[in-house]
Design a protein around this ligand. Structure first.
Ligand SMILES: [Zn+2]
Length: 299
């Protein structure tokens, strides 16, 4: 089963472990809640327990997509406080020992980027800029079927690009006025609460916007403007052939995409004004699939 890899997705709320084939098929998978507050030992024990359930003889490689920035040796160099003590974990070393097979570790959004570039919306393109818009905003850059890590594993982290709108909003990374502080689902829900005093989830805000609620429309329009402007200016650095956006925030559809495309085009240079900005083709399983593909392409 050399064309099948053990794949692991370590997220803030759940851990997913499966067998992934080279064509992206998930042959089998199991999941468990992430013991986020219990520290790295508990997370690694959960991965190993799920892996024992799904692994088969002949599967000799493992790929991992994980929350946090991943260093050159597959160690977690930084992570949000949501996963207690996750930063500093030598993840590749720990899992290689525990699973008894070579392990490739990459950041979760970089794994999503690999999935989309090899099999999804950016398939056949020489380069892509990928964004994952959910509770946070992640990003990845792919070139020639590979995801760029950069010097410190940070390449593509578009969520921490400065926003053109500066209201002093805190970003979960500790910075101020980054894209994530305006265009994540969490940020939009917070902004709606600030404006109206009412709690609403993103889907509700979308419904309210469609029925003419001006605050809901403003929140979405502002997020789309910031998102598009950052994409346009960031892609002047990356010069990607296509921009792919995935994640729960894409449920906003054209309410987000149409104004974001216009803002991106406004900021883009020359021929990159024509760059397509398209929704991702894979959903919540993209990280698991990308992790498996990372192991298979490393072989
Ligand atoms: Zn930030």
């Amino acid at each position: 089963m050399s064309d099948v890899a053990l794949a692991v997705d370590i997220g803030g709320t759940k851990i997913l472990v499966g067998l992934v084939a080279a064509d992206g098929t998930i042959i089998e998978s199991e999941q468990a809640p992430t013991p986020a507050r219990e520290g790295p030992d508990a997370i690694i024990a959960t991965v190993v327990r799920l892996a024992e359930n799904v692994r088969r003889p002949g599967v000799t490689r493992c790929g991992v997509g994980t929350a946090g920035i991943v260093g050159e040796d597959g160690e977690i160099t930084s992570a949000t406080d949501h996963l207690a003590n996750w930063a500093g974990t030598p993840l590749r070393q720990r899992l290689t020992e525990a699973l008894g097979m070579p392990v490739t570790v990459l950041n979760d959004v970089q794994a999503v980027g690999l999935c989309e570039t090899l099999l999804g919306a950016a398939k056949g393109k020489r380069s892509a800029l990928l964004l994952a818009l959910g509770t946070g905003v992640g990003g990845a850059i792919a070139r020639n079927g590979m995801v760029e890590r950069g010097t410190h594993g940070i390449a593509g982290s578009i969520g921490h690009h400065l926003s053109p709108i500066r209201r002093g909003r805190r970003c979960p990374c500790g910075g101020t006025d980054h894209l994530e502080a305006y265009a994540s689902g969490t940020a939009m829900e917070e902004e709606y609460r600030t404006r109206t005093g009412r709690d609403a989830r993103l889907r509700e805000i979308a419904t309210l916007a469609q029925s003419g609620d001006s605050d809901a429309n403003t929140v979405i329009a502002e997020a789309a403007e910031v998102l598009g402007a950052v994409i346009g200016s960031a892609n002047n650095v990356v010069d990607a052939e296509i921009v792919v956006m995935g994640g729960g925030v894409l449920a906003l559809g054209d309410m987000l995409l149409v104004p974001a495309r216009a803002a991106a085009k406004r900021e883009a240079l020359g021929a990159s004004k024509a760059v397509e900005i398209v929704p991702a083709q894979f959903g919540p399983r993209a990280c698991l699939i990308g992790a498996g593909l990372a192991a298979l392409t490393a072989a």
